[in-house]
Design a protein around this ligand. Structure first.
Ligand code: ASP
Ligand code: MG
Length: 402
């Protein structure tokens, strides 16, 4: 007997049969004697459809009204799931974010959870009710509905698990867990039994879209034991937990991110202050920079290259071109290209040598040229041509995992 939080994503509740399937998973967990709080996302593509409807009417709609609209998707799925559980004869109550006590700041569409007032949830659980909570939404100090950003239901689930001191937070999805690479692309990819929060965070930000990265950050902060598993196959999934309790894998995964553009500026004066001048202009435009590379200075000039998400490349180039007009003497030149970032992640790297050379050897054997390299304690990333990305992932996966 314990408290289990279960989260089901949009594909897990996409139609009536899937909703009934989720109801039976929840019912089994409840009948085993557990208290159960369920967090659900909007069905299938509902959130995208709502956004499309808004665009038809007002492409510049305020974020307050967008939140009012988008939060409606989850209202549909919580009530339908509750009805399916009612039909099984079990006690159940559906709750919108505000009813479940989610208090947020007022950053509409990217709201942060300030706290969860847990009285209502506690009372319902005391009455042995199954609670079905709308994901990705809360209420601010003006009593307005707010949402947490796309994929925010994972964060709702982890936040409830943390505030209610749940024994486990299960994130159900349409894959069986976290894999060493995308199993649709790499047939040798294997499911991991366990992974550390830090590895999962790296993989989440690298575009292995199993968990929203804010939810992993929160799970790490509050030490919430997460399990990622399939709603379609009843099998144990992948446990995400603290490093000390996991046997450190040398490499836990190979990920690729193709939402990357590399911006270069060639012929920057090799004098103090220019990196600051360039990056402060980008920061002023709220452009997030990932990898940065600066060349060795020659003939009083140097080159700087960095990466941004593709949606930011035009803004980044514009900011640099503006900067170029302020440079005395020869004007630097700016260029941009779309690239892919391929990364390996593994907590064991920290204490192991030779990992980088093994990765580069795999790329060399596949005839792939590296444009940029960046590393952290548990990650090595390379930038390569986008057309080489899948081959690179397979070659690296073969070298480390087999
Ligand atoms: N329904 C929201 C979305 O599609 C929240 C979620 O799925 O987690 O982004
Ligand atoms: Mg969704």
């Amino acid at each position: 007997m314990g408290l289990i939080v279960q989260k089901f994503g949009g594909s897990s509740v996409a139609d009536a049969a899937r909703v009934r399937n989720v109801a039976s998973i929840v019912a089994d967990t409840y009948r085993e004697g557990n208290n159960v709080i369920v967090v659900v996302s909007a069905q299938g593509d509902t959130t995208d459809d709502l956004i499309a409807k808004a665009k038809e009417i007002n492409p510049k709609a305020s974020r307050r009204e967008m939140d009012m609209l988008m939060s409606a998707g989850e209202q549909i799925s919580i009530s339908l799931l509750a009805m399916a559980i009612e039909a099984m004869g079990l006690p159940v109550v559906s709750l919108l974010g505000w009813q479940a006590g989610f208090r947020t700041n007022s950053a509409y569409s990217v709201a942060r959870i300030k706290k969860i007032d847990t009285e209502r949830l506690e009372k319902e659980l005391d009455d042995r009710q199954i609670c079905i909570v709308a994901g990705f939404q809360g209420i601010n100090k003006f009593d307005d509905i707010t949402t947490f950003g796309r994929g925010g239901s994972d964060t709702s689930a982890v936040a409830i698990a943390a505030s209610m001191h749940a024994d486990r937070c299960q994130i159900f999805t349409d894959v069986e867990g976290v894999y060493t690479a995308d199993p649709r692309k790499v047939s040798a990819a294997v499911k991991l039994e366990e992974i550390t929060y830090d590895e999962m965070l790296e993989l989440a930000t690298l575009g292995a879209q199993v968990l929203n990265n804010r939810s992993v950050e929160m799970a790490k902060k509050y030490n919430v034991k997460l399990e990622v598993l399939s709603s379609l196959v009843r099998k144990p999934g992948t446990i995400v937990k603290e490093a000390t309790k996991v046997e450190k894998m040398l490499i836990s995964g190979v990920a690729k991110d193709t939402n990357v553009s590399k911006v270069s500026i060639v012929g920057v004066p090799d004098e103090p202050g220019f990196a600051f001048k360039i990056f402060s202009r980008l920061a002023a435009k709220n452009i997030n920079i990932d990898i940065i590379l600066q060349s060795v200075g020659r003939n009083n000039s140097k080159d700087i290259a960095f990466t941004v998400a593709r949606e930011n490349k035009e803004d980044a180039v514009a900011a640099l071109e503006e900067f170029c007009t302020t440079v005395p003497g020869n004007t630097p030149t700016v260029s941009v290209e779309d690239v892919a970032k391929v990364s390996i992640v593994g907590a064991g790297m920290e204490t192991h040598s030779g990992v980088a050379s093994q990765m580069f050897e795999a790329l060399y054997s596949a005839g792939i040229n590296i444009k940029m390299i960046s590393t952290s304690e548990i990650k090595i990333s390379v930038l390569i041509n986008e057309s080489d990305a899948d081959v690179a992932v397979s070659a690296i996966h073969r070298a480390f995992i087999g």
